[in-house]
Design a protein around this ligand. Structure first.
Ligand code: ADP
Length: 245
């Protein structure tokens, strides 16, 4: 079954000096999918993420999100429209508590924290997410005191405050232990089951193969294969790209 496109990347190109990091790259993320974006180091995955989310400006090409062209890609604007992301190094406001980080992420700005009187509705949603992500006992802990894995969970939980239609996860399991990998996978599955679409850059191929469909493979900044994991992993072009052929 194919579902409607949620994100369309059309002929994107991005150059850094003489390096073409993303080269006439096109793909679609459909509603209801957990889509993987994989490829060898330097194949352009991070640059594609940064273009989609407005952290970099493209030299050419178009991005359509939720049926509307993204004419001025801007991270905050896209976040409000339902497209949010994580980073390879999880980001949080270290001096704020875990709950305060969630409240801020609801997008109602710093005013919500004025005098530490949290907006009641955002606070209630934050508390629910803390339970869901097993972070409740860290509710009042400054984010800067969390472990690396907990910071990844906090970043994930925080972006859910915006009710995103599409979540881009940049190497969600890099540097975390197997228990935390399983936890992150479970959260992706649960949110996917309730309608959120995901696009993942991920190096753990076992995780990609069991969690993602379709899998999109980049090499040299362009898509070289796309399809169900079982098909993609046996494509000669994909094997060549990974083996440096
Ligand atoms: P990946 O995430 O797949 O490892 P990247 O998107 O980081 O790939 O990089 C793609 C190519 O673009 C690489 O050749 C990289 O060296 C180059 N590149 C990425 N960012 C920059 C930058 N800010 N300045 C110059 N070159 C860059």
């Amino acid at each position: 079954m194919t579902t409607a496109p949620l994100l369309e990347v059309r002929r994107l190109t991005k150059r850094f000096g003489g390096v073409t990091a993303v080269d006439d790259c096109s793909f679609t993320v459909r509603r209801g999918t957990v889509t993987a974006l994989i490829g060898p180091n330097g194949s352009g995955k991070t640059t594609v993420f940064n273009l989609i989310t407005g952290y970099l400006a493209a030299d050419a090409g178009q991005i359509v999100f939720d049926g509307r062209a993204v004419t001025r890609p801007d991270p905050a604007r896209l976040y409000r429209r339902g497209l949010s992301r994580t980073f390879q190094q999880p980001r949080a406001f270290d001096g704020l508590t875990v709950l305060e980080n969630l409240v801020i992420a609801a997008g109602h700005g710093w005013r919500a924290l004025a005098g530490r009187r949290l907006g009641a509705r955002d606070a209630a949603r934050g508390e629910a997410l803390l339970e869901e992500f097993a972070l409740a006992r860290h509710r009042d802990t400054p984010a800067g005191e969390l472990s690396y894995g907990q910071r990844k969970l906090l970043e994930f939980a925080a972006l859910l405050m915006s009710d995103p239609a599409l979540v881009l996860l940049d190497e969600p399991t890099a540097g975390v232990n197997p228990t935390m990998i399983a936890t992150i996978e479970r959260h992706v599955r649960e949110r996917h089951a309730s309608g959120t679409a995901f696009l993942l850059v991920e190096h753990d191929m076992n995780l990609v193969m069991r969690l993602c469909d379709p899998v999109i493979v980049l090499d040299g900044g362009t898509v070289i294969a796309e399809g169900p994991p079982s098909v993609v992993q046996s494509e000669p072009r994909v094997l060549d790209a990974y083996l440096g052929g």
